[in-house]
Design a protein around this ligand. Structure first.
Ligand code: NAP
Length: 258
């Protein structure tokens, strides 16, 4: 149905675990050559071993996306190892919770530094390679939290995720001249190691608020990202896809009764 993306060079940041690993798995399964990015060497090696077991070409580079030099090293590694970059999935992100009343400068800088600055820096660093590709694609992992919803403890996180969308709308206009599209996937609650750390009570209350009555899988985010990276999605830019089981829809809990 869709033109194959087999052989395309794909960089996925924050792919040592969680949603990024799911995105990497989906792209590798479609025959892409994937470079995964993260800071944890052991997790990176384990993920590469797991994803390569099917015969896919997957490797890693250790980098912190909040640092400009690291992002430049990601792009240089992809160019050297994969011959360029066709797709960048800017997915790396953190979500430590703290109330607004207690939020420190460090809390704000950490979250905005990784989620927002890290998105901008990784896109910037990959631009020359994406332009050279002729069909460059950027897929940002944002969230429903910030752009659409709110949750106590995540004021800084929500700002970072909404900020990603502000960034991509202008980036889409600037990058169009190079034939690059940039779009975002907005996950709802997705089953990951990171989400597991929020505890059973949080997971149960979230499941109850989702019309489809389950959390999402990392592969379901990967499939949305894969669609945005296809040739057939080449006329979509500056847009968002919500993947949340309908979580943003109920006007109140009563809407889910019965
Ligand atoms: P996760 O399981 O905690 O994984 C986060 C990934 O990001 C890890 O691979 C981590 O790798 C990497 N990372 C964190 N800081 C980094 C940095 N400074 N530089 C490079 N890599 C970094 O979280 P997740 O749930 O998969 O979240 C992934 C993305 O989805 C985030 O942008 C998050 O906001 C978004 N999201 C998640 C959900 C959800 O329900 N899970 C919902 C909405 C949006 P290392 O530890 O190896 O650095």
């Amino acid at each position: 149905m869709f033109t194959s993306i087999a052989g395309r060079a794909v960089v996925v940041t924050g792919a040592t675990r969680g949603i990024g690993k799911g995105i990497a798995r989906v792209f590798a399964g479609a025959g892409a050559r994937v470079l995964i990015v993260g800071r944890d060497a052991e997790a990176a090696k384990a993920t590469v071993a797991e994803l390569s077991a099917t015969g896919a070409e997957v490797s890693h580079v250790l980098a912190d996306v909040s640092q400009r030099e690291d992002c430049q090293r990601i792009a240089a590694t992809a160019t050297e190892r994969l011959g360029g970059i066709d797709v960048l999935c800017a997915n790396a992100g953190i979500f430590p919770a703290v109330s607004l009343a207690e939020m420190t400068d460090e809390n704000i800088d950490e979250v905005l530094g990784t989620n927002l600055r890290g998105t901008i820096l990784s896109v910037q660093a990959c631009l020359p390679a994406l332009a050279a590709s002729g069909h460059g694609r950027v897929v940002v992992t944002s969230s429903i939290t910030g752009p659409i919803t709110g949750f106590p403890g995540w004021a800084h996180y929500g700002a970072s995720k909404a900020g990603q969308l502000g960034f991509l709308r202008t980036a889409a206009i600037e990058l169009a001249a190079s034939g690059i599209t940039i779009n975002a996937v907005l996950p709802g609650n997705i089953v990951t190691e990171g989400l597991d750390e929020l505890g059973e009570e949080y997971l149960a209350s979230m499941t109850a608020s989702i019309p489809l009555r389950r959390l999402g899988t990392v592969e379901e985010i990967g499939h949305a990202a894969l669609f945005l990276a296809t040739d057939e999605a080449g006329y979509i830019t500056g847009q968002t896809i919500v993947v949340d089981g309908g979580q943003v829809l109920p006007e109140s809990l009563a809407a889910l009764d019965g």
